[in-house]
Design a protein around this ligand. Structure first.
Ligand code: 8ID
Ligand code: ZN
Length: 352
């Protein structure tokens, strides 16, 4: 049976402290709108986006008070009365990702760009997210979790995994090409290394510290460059790729620094895929961008099909989230560690 109250981590105001409430109300099934479902969360990943949300450091602000979180896995415990054609049913194990809901009928939804739908809802940003035991989600957008992958493992594939999988799809690379991954030791980056290796790409990992170096190399990166120690990052990246530079860069770092060098080190004809989201200019020089025939591609999470594909890769054992398991109550500490750059891979919280 569904309890009346639950534990939830709440951001009361932007930039403020987190409050863990143990008596937060659980919505009743009868109060849900058609198309909505109630999901009992077992695990959720913590994405750097959740930290941006808590800090309110993006030009588009989240609602407050806010329950963050958008890498959740759980079980559907109820579906709103009057819901037609639900592709999922009570008892199904599903994932909740950043894109919580969209209209499915506009130009952007028809093109598979649901994340830019004018009616889009973002989990843990414009609707409450997965840092609580029970979450309202949407039957047409939850992602079925395939068998053969446990919930803690699957959680971070729903944002970090989907996002870098889609970014690599948009990188205009083929087997044998080089890809540079600034942020390679972080949540998104360590999965980008693995999807890239699975695609047959040769990975140049850029990040800092021994943990992130060891993780990147163990996942199949050919080279690791420490951005805090290497004086000539552009030179080091080029000399790791036959002197010509990588064919693509997937910038997965949460700071602006990593964007600045990309045009300098990319191979002519190469592609810069923008993934990390500091609210900052990326400093692209028009002359060199044209002169080197560089493409610049913004890559925003992934659509419903990308999510299914990214999870299938996880269930097939091609990629594996390297995570440390913590409790929901540890979210505050996790934000501090993320901000300090201390987390190699991901933190996943056990919610219930
Ligand atoms: O749809 C999207 N595009 C999307 C989806 C999900 C997340 C974008 N994001 C954004 C987040 O909002 C955040 O801005 O991607 C960024 C990275 O998210 P994350 O992987 O969850 O963050 P992390 O685990 O903190 O990893 C970031 C890594 O970047 C490194 C850090 O050391 C860390 O390992 N890094 C930094 I900060 N500056 C760097 C630099 N100059 C750098 N690595 C290389 N060069
Ligand atoms: Zn995310």
């Amino acid at each position: 049976s569904i309890p009346k109250v639950q534990t939830a981590a709440i951001v009361p105001e932007l930039g403020g402290d987190l409050t863990i409430k143990t008596d937060h109300p659980v919505p009743t099934i009868d109060s849900l709108q058609p198309g909505e479902c109630l999901v009992k969360i077992s695990h959720t990943g913590v994405c750097h986006t959740d930290l941006h949300a808590k800090m309110g450091d993006w030009p588009v602000k989240p609602m407050v008070p806010l329950i963050g979180g958008h890498e959740g896995v759980g079980e559907i415990v109820g579906i709103a009365p009057g819901t037609a054609n639900s592709p999922v049913k009570v008892g199904d194990r599903v994932g909740i990702k950043w894109m919580a809901d969209s209209c499915l009928d506009c130009e952007f939804c028809r093109k598979g760009l649901e994340m830019t739908c004018p009616k889009v809802k973002y989990s843990g940003y414009t609707v409450d997210g997965t840092f609580s035991q029970y979450v309202v989600s949407f039957v047409h957008h939850v992602t079925p979790i395939p068998e053969g992958i446990d919930s803690a493992e699957a959680a971070s594939l729903l944002c970090a995994g989907v996002t870098v999988y889609k970014a690599l799809k948009q990188s205009n690379t083929i087997v044998g090409n080089y890809v540079a991954i600034p942020g390679a030791g972080g949540g998104l980056g360590h999965l980008a290394v693995q999807y890239a290796v699975a695609m047959g790409l040769r990975v140049i990992a850029i990040d800092t510290g021994k943990d992130k170096k060891d993780l990147s190399l163990s996942l199949g990166a050919e080279t690791f460059i420490d951005f805090k120690e290497e004086k000539d990052i552009v030179g080091a990246i080029k000399s790791s790729s036959e002197g010509l530079g990588p064919h693509a860069a997937i910038v997965a770092s949460a700071s602006a620094g990593a964007y600045k060098q990309a045009i300098d080190y990319l191979r002519p004809g190469g592609t810069l895929v923008c993934v990390g989201m500091p609210d900052a200019d990326i400093g692209i020089n028009a002359f060199w961008c044209v002169f080197k025939a560089i493409r610049v591609q913004g890559s925003y999470v992934g659509n419903r099909q990308d999510a299914v594909e990214a999870l299938e890769m996880g269930a097939a054992g091609k990629v594996k989230v390297h995570y440390q398991l913590r409790e929901l109550e540890d979210l505050k500490q996790t934000y501090e560690d993320l901000e300090a750059g201390k987390i190699a891979g991901r933190i996943v919280l056990k919610v219930s």
